[in-house]
Design a protein around this ligand. Structure first.
Ligand SMILES: [Fe+2]
Length: 554
């Protein structure tokens, strides 16, 4: 008689939601099983032959710090026998201590060989963070905020994960994931690397997607959407990408209370047929829905005395001419309601930066005006090509949304939306370099909270020498003046606030961190390097806010 294979842990444990009394633990297993962590347990649910569970470890005292292990059907499977890394820990938040959050974006997990003949992506900053934490060289952060491009679903032609699926648009054909199984394989490869797995088992994480979780340039413009959604493979691709995003990233973003109310979660955990609801959600990602029923990927978390608002700046964009917006109107209403004071620090996470270098901002605003047809359809078509090849799709390319967000942040900072926080920090990734840009308002109301854009990107990726040169040039006075004149010539009004990049552009692979104290925030950007055969993090920038805030000079 054949003996059934024992069920094994495929991926995880990953600590996800955390508050003062609760931590959730996400796992993928090879079959149906009961998972136990610290005396709490959960059954797996199935989705397309894969098995997942989230164990809710609740009822813990604030500020708990406990070693844990994972059992499948009462057999201990994690930590693995012989693993010399420190035992994983569960730590709850506390209002009585300061909180440290690390953040960043864009982690390309391919080896240097796989990237040949391109220059390699360098040292993995997340691996360097993991190694430093394992060695006790820095304290464990309370939260890891992953701001997009957690996977690159479109670069896997050499890895054997994805069959040769050549894109039919774009200059360079590349293989990319199309089926749910392929997306799931990429998550397993990316997060299964031993030091990354340890990090995710030890530091709770909050995540939001960007384009590469689905496909390069996802929702960059209306014409992109029209062309790509007409491709024969698109329906399968958005279904696979959406399902994988929900299962691997989104479900873990939610609190246990939110999960209990969540329709897809309830359907999946009730019966295998629930996967149909997940499939419908994935297809709905493709609809430019203005209605109230659109599924939200953005969310909020209370972090001790501070608040984190995570914006989905990719999936709910409105792209048609004349009504371009980063969010649909119902999404805006929820986002605006969440952006308020009455907390120690307000953290606003947006994968694409709100503030770019001033000349870049003006160039994107000019491009948007040209794409809208300000100078006719011939210029609009060429401008559209520039938008797509240059990835001109940050907030600056959505001018109406940019102005609205700056106004709302100004209201928070001046106490019109509750008592003003110590700082308002806008945390971003996406652009493959790092910088700091404080914002100053021209409004008559006195502004009490510093509003500062912090960009830490990438964890591991590359930027060509040409783009680095352009970014350095973008900070020069001639570039700023030329871009401003260009934007003005297209009828783009002057921005409603002033800012400049006071630190950066910094190049390399980075981890950003903010430590939230009652009267200040300590900001760090650490660059990953290789030293003595191991990845290390070197300080590249450190400042205190608001004390360290520079006056923007223009
Ligand atoms: Fe990226």
């Amino acid at each position: 008689m054949a003996v059934a294979e024992p069920v094994t842990l495929v991926l995880g444990p990953a600590l996800r939601y955390v508050d003062e009394t609760t931590v959730t633990v996400w796992v993928e297993t090879s079959g149906p099983v009961e998972i136990s962590v610290l005396g709490r347990s959960a059954r797996t649910f199935a989705a397309e032959g894969h098995h997942y569970a989230i164990v809710v470890v609740d009822g813990l005292p604030p500020g708990s710090d406990l070693e844990y292990s994972v059992h499948l059907n009462a057999t201990k499977v994690w930590p693995e026998p012989g693993d010399a890394r420190p035992a994983p820990r569960v730590r709850t938040l506390s209002r009585d201590r300061d909180l440290e959050l690390v953040f960043g974006s864009c982690r390309d997990d391919r080896s240097v060989t796989e990237q040949a003949p391109l220059p390699g992506p360098g040292v993995d900053a997340l691996e360097a963070l993991s190694v430093a934490l394992q060695a006790g060289e820095r304290p464990l952060p309370d939260l890891m905020l992953l701001l997009g491009d957690q996977i690159y679903a479109d670069y896997h032609h050499e890895s054997g994960i994805v069959d040769a699926l050549h894109r039919t648009i774009g200059a360079k054909p590349r293989a990319e994931a199309r089926t749910f199984d392929e997306y799931a394989s990429i998550y397993r490869r990316s997060w299964g690397q031993a030091d990354i797995r340890w990090l995710m088992a030890t530091v709770p994480s909050a995540m939001i997607l960007d384009d590469h979780e689905v496909r390069d340039n996802w929702n960059v413009s209306a014409t992109w959407r029209r062309e790509v959604t007409a491709l024969p493979e698109w329906r399968e691709q958005i279904t696979g990408a959406g399902m994988a995003y929900w299962l691997y990233q989104h479900a873990g973003n939610l609190s246990p209370a939110a999960l209990r109310e969540e329709g897809i979660w309830r359907a999946l955990t009730a019966s295998p047929a629930g996967v149909e609801q997940l499939r419908q959600f994935s297809l709905s990602l493709d609809e430019e829905a203005e209605g109230d029923g659109r599924y939200r990927l953005g969310y909020q978390r209370d972090l001790g005395r501070s608040r984190l608002v995570v914006l989905d700046t990719r999936s709910s964009r409105v792209l048609e001419k004349g009504s371009r917006s980063m969010f649909s109107e119902p999404e805006w209403a929820i986002v605006e309601a969440g952006l308020r004071g009455d907390c120690e620090h307000l953290l606003v996470a947006t994968s694409v930066p709100l503030l770019l270098h001033r000349s870049q901002h003006d160039a994107e605003a000019w491009n948007e005006a040209m794409c809208e047809g300000t100078l006719g359809s011939w210029v609009a078509r060429r401008s559209e090509r520039i938008r797509r090849s240059g990835n001109l799709d940050q907030w600056a390319a959505f001018q109406t949304s940019f102005r609205r967000m700056v106004r709302v942040l100004g209201e928070v900072a001046s106490g019109q939306r509750g008592s003003p926080p110590t700082t308002v920090l806008v945390l971003s990734g996406d652009v493959h370099h790092a910088y700091v840009a404080p914002l100053t308002f021209r409004s008559s109301a006195p502004v009490r909270s510093p509003v500062v854009q912090l960009v830490s990107s990438p964890f591991r990726n590359r930027l060509s020498a040409r783009v680095r040169w352009w970014l350095r040039f973008a900070g020069s006075r001639p570039a700023r003046l030329a871009a401003r004149l260009l934007a003005r010539s297209a009828g783009v009004p002057d921005p409603p606030a002033d800012w400049s990049v006071t630190t950066g552009p910094l190049f390399g692979n980075f981890v950003g961190s903010v430590t939230l104290e009652p009267t200040k925030a300590r900001v760090r950007l650490d660059r990953a390097e290789m030293r003595g055969g191991r990845p290390v993090l070197d300080p590249a920038h450190e400042e205190l806010l608001p004390q360290g805030t520079h006056e923007p000079g223009e």
